[in-house]
Design a protein around this ligand. Structure first.
Ligand SMILES: *[C@@H]1O[C@H](CO)[C@@H](O)[C@H](O)[C@H]1NC(C)=O
Ligand SMILES: *[C@@H]1O[C@H](CO)[C@@H](O)[C@H](O)[C@H]1NC(C)=O
Ligand SMILES: *[C@@H]1O[C@H](CO)[C@@H](O)[C@H](O)[C@H]1NC(C)=O
Ligand SMILES: [Zn+2]
Length: 268
């Protein structure tokens, strides 16, 4: 074969191969190198909701055999937008912000960074995270990123009173959260952060009454994610998040199925 023919054949092979690669996201994801980690709490009658919100409830439950012996089951459910593992859309605290149904997929599928502060929090429900705590802990990726803070609170999710730190005497909530200072700092230091998540019931500390962190996120067009299930150990870097909420068109928030896709290899 003439040299030019060889080059031609190689070129054809290269093009075919490129197309094959482009079509193989499924094969890539399921080649054994990746694992899928569910960061979602189930929605049932144990699910934690903000005290004034409608809890998750089946309003109708059918599950029975009919006269011919065939099974039929169906339910209705009602629930507030802000409970269990859920997303806060910018419209939650900014009138001109996006609703849940308008959040672009290019922000909901993002690099995932876990910032594990649980050893500093040390189970203290009054803990608030400030800039000084984060010196060496902060890590950024140069791509659209979801940062999730691990306060170590998922272990209390099955005990609503403890999880929210509900004090019946003075009607307060007591669980750890982020300071206004730390969130302003993160957002100004890295414009590629698209969302902030927490494994507690709010991005603001439980004791907050004016919700400054919610306001910053909404005003800057970022989404929040609350009640992330971080019971399981997950690599702090290198994972990709699929944060796909129920597409409530005009929602201020919505239940969310949050999944991390992580390499089984230890990150470098
Ligand atoms: C949280 O996730 C873990 C697995 O990652 C699961 O075993 C556990 O049941 C979940 N906990 C709750 C309360 O959803
Ligand atoms: C909660 O759900 C479980 C499982 O479906 C059920 O057995 C239980 O009776 C429910 N509890 C309440 C208080 O509705
Ligand atoms: C929550 O789960 C833990 C561990 O599984 C268990 O020890 C505890 O009793 C549960 N608490 C409630 C309120 O169900
Ligand atoms: Zn919310």
């Amino acid at each position: 074969m003439a040299a030019s023919n060889v080059v031609f054949v190689l070129l054809i092979c290269f093009i075919i191969n490129s197309f094959a690669k482009r079509d193989s996201l499924y094969d890539f994801l399921f080649n054994g190198d990746y694992e899928f980690i569910d960061l979602t709490h189930p929605f049932d009658n144990q699910t934690v909701y903000w005290p004034n919100a409608q809890v998750f409830r089946f309003t109708k439950q059918i599950g029975d055999y009919d006269a011919t012996g065939s099974w039929y089951a169906a339910n209705d459910f009602t629930a507030g937008e802000h409970g269990g593992t859920h997303i806060d859309a910018p419209y939650h605290f900014a009138k001109t912000g996006l609703h849940v149904g308008e959040l672009p997929l290019t922000k909901l599928i993002a690099a995932l960074i876990i910032i594990d502060i649980s050893s500093i929090v040390n189970d203290d429900p009054k803990f608030v995270l400030y800039k000084t705590h984060l010196d060496h802990l902060l890590y950024y990726e140069d791509k659209p990123s979801l940062l999730i803070f691990k306060f170590g609170w998922s272990k209390y999710f099955n005990d609503t009173k403890k999880y929210l730190g509900q004090n019946d005497n003075d009607n307060t909530l007591n669980f750890p959260g982020l300071s206004e200072e730390v969130v302003e700092w993160i957002i100004s230091a890295n414009k590629k952060v698209v969302g902030i998540g927490v494994d507690v019931a709010s991005v603001d500390p439980g004791s907050s009454t004016n919700f400054p962190v919610h306001k910053i996120l909404s005003t800057k067009g970022l989404y929040g994610i609350e009640n992330v299930n971080l019971s399981r150990q997950i690599p702090e870097t290198g994972c990709t998040a699929l944060a796909l909420p129920m597409k409530i068109a005009l929602g201020t928030g919505a239940p969310l199925r949050l999944v991390a896709i992580c390499s089984k290899q230890e990150p470098k």
